[in-house]
Design a protein around this ligand. Structure first.
Ligand code: TYM
Length: 359
């Protein structure tokens, strides 16, 4: 938390327990970053509201994620850990930044389109295109009030940009699915700076230790691992459940000829293997695939054990940490205090620049 270190910030929505996508896309990087950077990790409970969670569940989910952060190794003495709603400056700056954000650019965001389609109960487009965009816009504007797309969902990227800009973070470790939001954040920062002729906000970038941002696949053959996809391996899954999930993962009939191309479900299993297993293990199964001797059952067994080697120590700590309410409260109280200090300073600058001055 020293002044001269680069500022890192990232958050996870409190919509359930953390899964391997969250772990490899975000959490594992958080832990590695905390010795060298001014790290700030938060629980995005306001963002969770955009998908209308049950109020009683929301509170429990915040606590789960907090315990999971700590169990995975985020150290509150090295990193600032806070809950988004504990920093009211974020909400005020969200209102202010929205004055510089176009509804068109928000409506074109992929995550908005996906979630709005879900909310309205309309399927995915046959293919991306203008004609489809027009139809989609009509659907949204014409939707009856009991089938609405909430405005919070539309302005989700503004809130995420504020999370980052209010702390003046430059490094934002996130998975591949969040890169469009980061691109918007950079655009909003540039726009604000140039509109007011100031150098207030630095431009933030994803951070992946020199590698490519990851997209952790699900076990169901296609797409990414995600809570709403129902294809997750959770950090808290017990060994029996976890092994069962992995053994049930979709595969194919196996390669018929040497060096055949891989089907998507099998390539996905290899992606998971690459994330969790030692390089020689991955090579062993790659060679077995190439010469058609592979048995997917063996690969899955190995994968399940290697995932368990990562998740078991975390899982063991989660329960102990969850039981210590006083500790959890101390961590977030201290985190909120630190996060608010910088947020309040930035908000004061923003208000001043925008002409909201005190009489
Ligand atoms: P969320 O809660 O959807 O996901 C949290 C983090 O997990 C990553 N992730 C994945 N990475 C790789 N493969 C997957 N299958 C996978 N699934 C999830 C996400 O990329 C993310 O890094 N909008 C954010 C939360 C947020 C935020 C912020 C992040 C709010 N404000 C400011 C950074 C900075 C979100 O919904 O993440």
């Amino acid at each position: 938390m020293a002044d001269n270190k680069e500022i890192v910030l990232s958050g996870i929505r409190s919509t359930g327990n953390l899964h391997l996508g969250n772990y490899y896309g975000a959490l594992s990087k958080f832990v590695r970053l905390q010795n060298d950077y001014d790290c700030n990790f938060f629980i995005a409970d306001l963002h969770a509201l955009t998908t209308s969670p049950d109020p009683s569940q929301l509170h429990a989910n915040v606590k789960n994620i907090l315990a999971e952060y700590l169990a995975a190794g985020i150290d509150p003495e090295k990193s600032t850990i806070f809950i988004q709603s504990d920093v009211p400056e974020i909400s005020e700056m969200y209102l202010l930044l929205n004055m510089h954000v176009g509804i068109g650019e928000l409506m074109r965001t992929t995550s908005f389109k996906d979630k709005a389609r879900k909310a309205l109960g309309i399927g995915a487009p046959a293919q991306e295109g203008e004609a489809d965009d027009e139809a989609f816009e009509k659907e949204i504007i014409g939707a009856s009030t009991n089938k609405r797309v909430n405005a919070g969902l539309l302005t989700y990227p503004t809130l995420m940009a504020v999370d980052i800009l209010i702390q003046k973070a430059t490094k934002v470790p996130v998975g591949k699915d969040q890169e469009q939001h980061l691109e918007l954040t950079r655009r909003f920062a540039r726009r604000f700076n140039s509109f007011y002729g100031v150098e207030l906000f630095p431009e933030p970038y994803n951070f992946d230790f020199g590698g490519k941002p990851v997209k952790v696949p699900g076990l169901d053959g296609s797409g990414k691992m995600g809570k709403s996809e129902g294809n997750c391996i959770y950090l808290i899954d017990d060994p029996k459940v976890l092994r069962k999930k992995v053994m049930r993962a979709t595969t194919d009939e196996g390669p018929k000829e040497p060096n055949s191309p891989m089907s998507e479900p099998v390539a996905n299993l290899f992606t998971l293997l690459e994330l969790t297993s030692a390089p020689d293990v991955v090579q062993h199964f790659r060679d077995a695939y190439a010469d058609c001797s592979i048995r997917y059952g063996d690969l899955k067994k190995q994968l399940a054990e290697d995932i368990l080697a990562v998740t078991t120590p975390i899982r063991d700590r989660i329960n102990d940490i969850m039981a210590d309410e006083a500790y959890l409260r101390r961590v977030v109280a201290q985190g909120a205090e630190r996060a608010r200090e910088r947020a309040a300073a930035t908000l004061a600058e923003v208000r001043h620049v925008m002409g909201i001055r005190k009489f």
